[in-house]
Design a protein around this ligand. Structure first.
Ligand code: HEC
Length: 463
């Protein structure tokens, strides 16, 4: 509300966050599970004095570091950029609430990077026990950073008692914390095994060694699939009421939920009958397919986890349109155009005569040209709807959603959000402002398809 808006054509800013975050999550889970894999397996290979396996693990460590430290770190920073631009108020709330959580997370991140480099670059130069210990330091630091970030991201879905008791630990140990830590730890185990399978199937020629890798990684991956399922069930149980209500009203989410269950089941069955029963099955094609299924299940899971956060981005704390609920009464009085830092700057610059006594002058508003009403309506769209809808074309574009309705009908629909469309934030401005927005929406709405017997598009009160 009090930040400049950021319009991303077609996709909307939050969908860009989803894209960047999913790409990041597919690698960051490997950063956790792969660390555990390297620590456990180097210890095993030293114990058995298995030279070939050690040589393979060293090659794997190089691939692991390139992918997680370089790509993982870049996409992690990209998340900060996109959330800061697309969701500034929610980002502000997260930083204020969890500043020491982020600080802890960065400490563990530095430990992760330092130990990963020592583990790889000093391979063969450290005593075996020390080398394994460094591997464990990495694995532990990586898992702790997963736990720290999960506490903060789970807070957005259900902050529990926090709105009443705004202390760090109340927010951190929110109702979603344990289910999501379990699910993410499972995701880390499963995805890491699938990365290992693909890497091993492509880079190991010796069949016996390939079988060994295949057998060694099967238990963590099956355990991971079970943990994802258990964590997912906990996630559902601890959803806030509005999120549970969103699920049945959004058909696409139901299809996605079914897909996740199906994909996890396919991965589980394929792992069981493949590497578990027949370790020699491990081929690049099989491994690539498994990884694609794993990516699919995790990406869709992340998408749903985000999509149910409605009408809030931070439940009970920040509305989906970047407005604090406690600001609503004031905005209903002053209106959004006169009441927001940047909207007010815009209006004062373009239409200085419109604002009087800290609110819009209704007489002068009524005298505005249609084009000016549309221009003001667009500003209102950017501030109240752009977080979930593209404009005329693109993701959940609002133009087609109001197709065939008159401005008066659209205005009534908007004013009635709080009663009829609970998954959208209630209208924050004045009824006259809803009229401006309706004019803009009517202007960008497409016509009905030709040849329909609806009696054309124009209605009596259209313009
Ligand atoms: C927090 C996210 C969010 C915000 C903000 C939001 N919407 Fe929506 N809106 C949705 C969702 C989800 C749907 C369901 C339709 C869908 O699945 O695409 C929806 C549906 C709609 C529909 C179709 C409703 C129907 O019954 O036909 C209209 C019209 C609409 N939105 C307009 C708006 C307008 C105008 C604004 C700004 C004042 C707005 N929305 C703000 C999430 C949002």
């Amino acid at each position: 509300m009090h930040y400049p808006w950021w319009y991303v054509p077609y996709s909307t800013g939050p969908m860009l966050i989803a894209l960047v975050a999913v790409v990041h999550v597919l690698v960051s889970h490997y950063a956790v599970g792969g660390g555990l894999f390297l620590a456990v397996e180097t210890a095993f290979a030293y114990r058995k004095q298995h030279r070939d396996y050690l040589a393979y693990l060293r090659r794997h460590a190089r691939f692991f570091i390139l992918l997680t430290v370089v790509f993982g770190a870049i996409t992690g920073v990209a998340i900060w950029w996109t959330i800061g631009l697309a969701s500034p108020l929610a980002t502000e709330v997260l930083i204020r609430t969890f500043v020491f959580g982020w600080a802890m997370e960065w400490v563990f991140f530095v430990i992760e990077i330092a130990s990963a480099f020592i583990f790889y670059y000093w391979w063969g130069r450290l005593p075996e026990r020390t080398h394994v210990r460094i591997g464990w330091i990495y694995a532990l630091a990586a898992w702790i950073s997963l736990v720290l970030i999960t506490g903060i991201t789970a807070f957005m879905l259900n902050p529990g008692d926090w709105p009443g008791n705004r202390t760090f630990w109340v927010g951190f140990f929110n109702p979603q914390f344990i289910p999501q830590v379990v699910a993410r730890t499972g995701g880390a185990l499963l995805l890491a095994s699938l990365y290992v399978y693909l890497h091993a199937s492509l880079s190991i020629k010796d069949e016996r060694l390939r079988e060994l890798v295949s057998r060694r990684s099967i238990r963590p991956s099956l355990a991971g699939a079970v943990m994802i399922t258990a964590g997912g069930a906990g996630w559902y149980v601890f959803l806030p009421p509005s999120a549970i209500a969103v699920l049945p009203s959004a058909a696409v989410l139901n299809v996605f939920m079914g897909l996740i269950v199906a994909m996890t089941a396919v991965v589980f069955a394929a792992l069981y009958f493949g590497p578990y029963r027949n370790p020699s099955w491990l081929s690049p094609g099989f491994a690539a397919m498994m990884l694609i299924f794993g990516f699919g299940a995790v990406s869709i899971g992340e998408f749903i986890r985000e999509a149910v956060r409605k009408p809030y981005v931070v439940y009970n704390v920040v509305l989906g349109n970047q407005i604090l609920p406690e600001e609503m009464p004031r905005l209903a009085e002053s209106g959004v155009l006169a009441g927001g830092t940047w909207t007010r700057a815009f209006v004062t610059d373009r239409y200085p005569e419109l604002i009087r006594d800290d609110r819009l002058d209704l007489d002068r508003l009524a005298a505005l040209h249609h084009a000016d009403r549309v221009a003001l309506g667009e500003v209102l769209f950017q501030y109240q709807c752009n977080d979930c809808h593209a404009a005329a074309n693109g993701y959940s574009a609002v133009g087609p959603l109001v197709r065939g309705r008159s401005p008066r009908e659209i205005q009534r629909l908007i004013l009635d959000f709080r009663n009829t469309h609970f998954y959208m934030p209630p209208w924050a401005g004045t009824p006259e402002e809803a009229g401006l927005l309706a004019d803009y929406l009517r202007a960008i709405a497409p016509d009905n398809p030709e040849g329909m017997f609806l009696g054309g598009n124009a209605r009596e009160d259209d313009r």
